[in-house]
Design a protein. Sequence first.
Lengths: 254, 249
Amino acid sequence: MKTNLLITAFVTLLLGIVLNELGFFDSGKLIRGLRNLGILTSDMVPPDFSVLPVAGRALWETVLMSFAGTLLGFLASLPLSILGTRNLFPTILSSVARFIAAAVRTIPVLLWAIIFVILFGLGPLAGTFGIAAYTVGYLAKIYSDLFEGTDPEVVEAVGSTGASKLQLVRFVFLPEGANAILTQLLFMLEYNIRASSILGFVGAGGLGFVMQVYLQTLEYRRLASVLLLILVVVLAMDGISAWIRKRFLLTAQA
Amino acid sequence: MSRTSNQQIALRAEGLSFAYRETDWILKDICLSIPSGQITIIMGPSGTGKTTLLKILAGILIPSRGHVEVFNQDIANQPQRSMASLIGYIPQQLGLVRNLTALENVLMGALGRCGNGRALLGLFPREEVRKAEAALDLMGIAHKTNEKVFRLSGGERQRVAIARTLLQHPRVVVADEFVSDLDMALALEILSRIRLAAAQEQITFVMSMHRQGLVREFAENVVTLREGHIAPGFIPAISQGSAVVELLQ
């Protein structure tokens, strides 16, 4: 009890110091920020929907980039995550696979997009590869951890039938992890749709370029309709994910 | 004791000891011989090392000391695939893949005979599929062939696990407390099917069990473990049966 109180007090103190360091208690700055928020919001309404045809086309490109990038990243993450599974492969091999995934994950998606713009030039191809790269790093780590958590009894039982490592992956690790594999894939797709809307800022295609133009030209009403468009797509994606989960995931646990 | 000499020995363990830490021995100097083609039951209080012993006998755990022979071959020298044709293993929670169908789970028993080619696509030879369906039929759940395992009842899962092991065509089946979660009637039915399979296919069954009634009904031999040792003697009610386990202690 006493220890819990001490821990709570310590965490609260730490949080206070950090927030102070970040300027959270600078009331002048906060009030100024709130006032600017009011001005920005009033400049954004009513949204200007005349830009919908242009924004719609850019949004479609963003969705395609996210979809292709997520799928490519997912396909590449599977072998990497399997190699990174420590209870399946020797430590040296799994450590190398996990290191590659960690190195890829360290670079944020925007930086990946810049790297691919340098490699392939401006356009959605760079964005697609950027998304794929980040997806590999993230999913490989999540899936390796997931595979390592597979029920050892199932691995032992199927392993005792003389199954090879590849057969174990196909018949135990993948089907046992199917729920989490699908859930994480859908999460990644949602995340990538949101994240890829800013990739256009660095010339990697999609909606970001349109948003950047409206921001720089202070056309906030047009920007507002773009943001609403993104909201609609994200909500639609939520609905599709929920349907897929309901349709394909295990519904009866025992 | 004397009858063992006239009978083929399926499993022989000599000087088996097991510990995760040098100071904490789970099994201590276990010696036993299990006769072929019979049902041998390992009994003993919880935490006495039954699961560890069964895993060592099945070749899943490597003993700290001692060795195990299956039909006179040291299991430490057996490649994984040839072990699969000698010993099948059913863990306490059955080790089924819940998101696959009963038939797919049973077909896993044939993985040791199938290469990494078509089987990886889920395409098994027609003969193996026919055998898997026959094994499900033998277990009385042919009507659940295409049902996913998570939709099956406890008893049905038990039968799928046995069918998978039978498809492996092992000479010995090692099963850990695998009827302990079933009611008496269902446990009796499952064990009757095992007895039938043991007789028909000449399979040696080694299983742990704690229900005395079932042990009396089905055990041809009993080994009792206590604190990591084999306790001397048999359960009196069973000794009138064909108790032929040779205790070398």
